[in-house]
Design a protein around this ligand. Structure first.
Ligand SMILES: [Fe+2]
Length: 195
């Protein structure tokens, strides 16, 4: 962990986490009405290039590809393709190749690879390095940052979408439990500086 990151998470501290507190969080999650990510959908500039990136490089199988003749809400004729790539928990990253609505430029002008991103879990530090190398060989540069609680690889997909591949070591669970204790207070303090 870099010196900078220690400052960032200073408020979270490193106090012990009670097993009862841990159990309460497990039960709260089990009861949550919002169950998890189903899919994240984004515009795409080139369907085959996108397929190659997600299916061949990141090894996420394409499970759905639908050619749809009209716009869903208006019924107006506007053919597009909507396609999905599967992650290990059954959720997906999906794309629209939508010529009537999308001019080929990224829909968000993001100044850095850190802003407005989607982060997906990978299973190990080894996998981070495995993908970093594979991406590099395919012409996709990436930046690795060790945040302590998260080991993150930041990159841009062929559609200009910021993607973070993220490994959370087992100790990260404890970080979440401690962070929750101060979250409300931290946000209040932040809001006060913005008032
Ligand atoms: Fe992130």
């Amino acid at each position: 962990m870099s010196h900078h990151d220690e400052n960032v998470i200073a408020a979270v501290g490193d106090a012990e986490v009670d097993p009862i507190e841990k159990q309460a969080v497990i039960e709260r999650r089990a009861k949550s009405r919002v169950r998890g990510l189903n899919h994240h959908a984004y515009y795409c500039t080139d369907a085959e290039k996108t397929r190659h990136f997600y299916e061949d490089i990141l090894e996420m199988r394409m499970t759905i590809a639908l050619r749809i003749p009209e716009e869903v809400f208006t019924g107006k004729e506007a053919p597009y393709c909507h396609f999905f790539f599967e992650m290990g928990d059954g959720s997906s990253i999906a794309f629209f190749d939508y010529p009537d609505f999308f001019d080929g430029k990224p829909p968000f002008e993001v100044s850095t690879v850190y802003h407005h991103h989607i982060a997906v879990n990978v299973d190990s530090d080894e996998s981070i390095e495995y993908f970093r190398e594979k991406l590099e060989n395919e012409g996709y540069p990436s930046t690795f940052v060790d945040h302590g609680a998260f080991h993150s690889l930041y990159l841009r997909d062929p559609n200009g979408m910021n993607l973070e591949l993220c490994y959370s070591p087992p100790a990260t669970e404890e970080f979440f439990l401690r962070a929750e204790r101060v979250a409300q207070d931290e946000l209040r303090k932040w809001a006060a500086t913005r008032a």
